[in-house]
Design a protein around this ligand. Sequence first.
Ligand SMILES: [Zn+2]
Ligand SMILES: [Zn+2]
Length: 343
Amino acid sequence: MQLYNTLSAKEREKLIEEAGKDRLTISFYAYAHIGNPRILRDHLFITWNEMEVLGRIYVAKEGINAQLSVPAENFEKFKTHLDSISFLENVRLNIAIEQDNKSFLKLKVKVRDKIVADGLNDDTFDVTNKGVHVNALRFNELIEDPDTVLVDMRNHYESEIGHFKNAITPDVDTFRDSLDIIEQDLAEHKEDKKLVMYCTGGIRCEKASAYYKHKGFKNVFQLEGGIIEYTRQVREQNLENKFKGKNFVFDHRRGERISEEVIAHCHQCGKPCDTHVNCANEACHLLFIQCDECAQAMDNCCSVECQETNALPYEEQKALRKGKGASNKIFKKGRSPVLKYKK
Ligand SMILES: [Zn+2]
Ligand SMILES: [Zn+2]
């Protein structure tokens, strides 16, 4: 029985091209109690491999988080299979609007400790005991309610380029930090305020809502399907859009424009801009906001130092990096003293 990939990404790319079939890019998640993630993992791999499903899937005791590419002609089969798994019956599928036949080139189903890195080691609460899910229409009403506290559960570099009007946007690097800050700020209002949360696709605030209920909050709500699904409903139903700016996304696009307002600033000159880039110096790779003029003046770098390094021949750059360990700032996500205009 084949339990792992046998084709390389290149071989797969060629096969997809030759087959000439349309594929759908789909994502979904579900929190559940999974007794033996390994067995589920093998079952999913065998079944989906047969349907030519590709993608990256995490299975853990707390649930499943999946990003997939499914041949359009196998979609019904795929859906029927999902519905045959009790905790995935009628799970909400996010289907990407832009079609990309090569969004994934391998099927990787991995067993993990968590389906999303959250830094939470508190297993005394039940992740499936979640808050009330609300749709875009109800969410719009709720966030105008004076008794509502609206919280953005994403990180600083995400909310910086776009967020809902009146939202609290904690200046944090991790989800874990957010949880604590909000709990402290709202300690006096666990019973009288409505705590409403949102994130990109819903997976983070679903866990947060369960956490806050466990901590004694009485009125906990979350935006179903996150900003992605909100935008879809707003457009489809012609509702008022209360999200300002861009939705940060974790693929090559970096951000999806939701409203015309530009709410962020270039980190180098301070003028209005909401374009995230990575510093061109490979040893740095800092994520930051840079306008076109600064990109040109700085050769796409975050600092003069990086600009100088980046101008050296590649072999020299490599020699410089040697023995320095990981100086790469990719995980610092937009925080560096060289950025004068980063809040
Ligand atoms: Zn600039
Ligand atoms: Zn740099």
